[in-house]
Design a protein around this ligand. Structure first.
Ligand SMILES: [Zn+2]
Ligand SMILES: [Zn+2]
Length: 263
């Protein structure tokens, strides 16, 4: 399984506009973060936030301007964790992909689709909506995919499990995982999890902190853990990696934009 982290920030990118804090002033490319979005096997897109266009053209890559390592015509499915704008605004741009071989299926839970429609349409000749039920696995190519419910304040929200040999669990925004959902992702190979704040400082109601995430990941016995949705009240990538090394262990990491894993 190939996992590409296209974006790793919380609702607003880093550096924040007008800010001079240590993260926002950092010259490390790993501290430049755009909205959280993941690409699996070059073909399954998880979430569709406002940076989607730049992720799919490669021009948000800190490595190189116009890094064409992502080919939008290869996308075969789009999945959506929930309908907050930092996860769906890119649907506007996704309605115009040229040279795609057929309309791209958007697999989505009904409650999320209802919320998406309040903000933005999923229509146009490039996209086709398929409503799927939580806790009912379906197949995309050879991968088995399943939405599982999580608590994210009052917004209907889901984690996404992808099993393609190894098991990946993606939960960018949540403040609680129900025991029934924990069972589904226990022992997963890669857990991609909410890192909106480091501790209680700056933590908002709908999110866990990185400190909470360490405990949750340990309870789930996740083999490798990558924090995404990194917020402003956290630290530089370098600081956070060291923090995890000391407080969590070698299997815990802070993801960064353009990170690629093969598991
Ligand atoms: Zn979010
Ligand atoms: Zn959210």
């Amino acid at each position: 399984m190939k996992i590409k982290f296209l974006g790793t920030s919380a609702g607003w990118p880093l550096p924040r506009l007008g800010c001079n804090c240590e993260i926002c002033k950092s010259t490390d490319p790993k501290d430049r973060r755009t909205r959280t979005q993941i690409l699996i096997n070059e073909s399954i897109l998880l979430d569709a936030g406002p940076d989607t266009y730049h992720h799919l053209t490669g021009d948000s890559s800190p490595k190189a301007q116009n890094d064409r390592s992502v080919d939008p015509t290869k996308i075969e499915a789009i999945l959506v964790s929930h309908a907050h704008l930092d996860h769906i605004e890119g649907f506007w741009d996704l309605t115009h992909i040229y040279n795609a071989y057929k309309p791209i299926p958007v697999y989505i839970v009904q409650s999320v689709l209802n919320d998406v429609r309040k903000f933005i349409g999923i229509h146009g000749q490039n996209l086709k909506t398929h409503v799927v039920k939580p806790n009912q696995p379906f197949e995309i190519n050879h991968a088995k995919v399943e939405y599982f419910p999580v608590i994210h304040g009052k917004t209907p929200a889901f984690g996404i499990k992808v099993k393609d040999g190894p098991i990946l669990a993606y939960i960018p925004d949540f403040n609680k995982i129900l025991p029934s959902s924990q069972k589904i992702i226990r022992d997963c190979h890669v857990l991609i999890i909410d890192g909106s704040s480091l501790s209680k400082i700056g933590q908002t109601k709908g999110h866990i902190s990185i400190n909470d995430g360490i405990q949750i990941a340990k309870n789930l016995r996740a083999k490798n853990v990558y924090f995404v949705h990194i917020g402003h009240k956290t630290g530089t990538h370098k600081f956070l990696e060291e923090y995890l090394r000391q407080n969590a262990g070698p299997s815990f990491h802070i993801a960064f934009d353009t990170l690629e894993l093969v598991v």
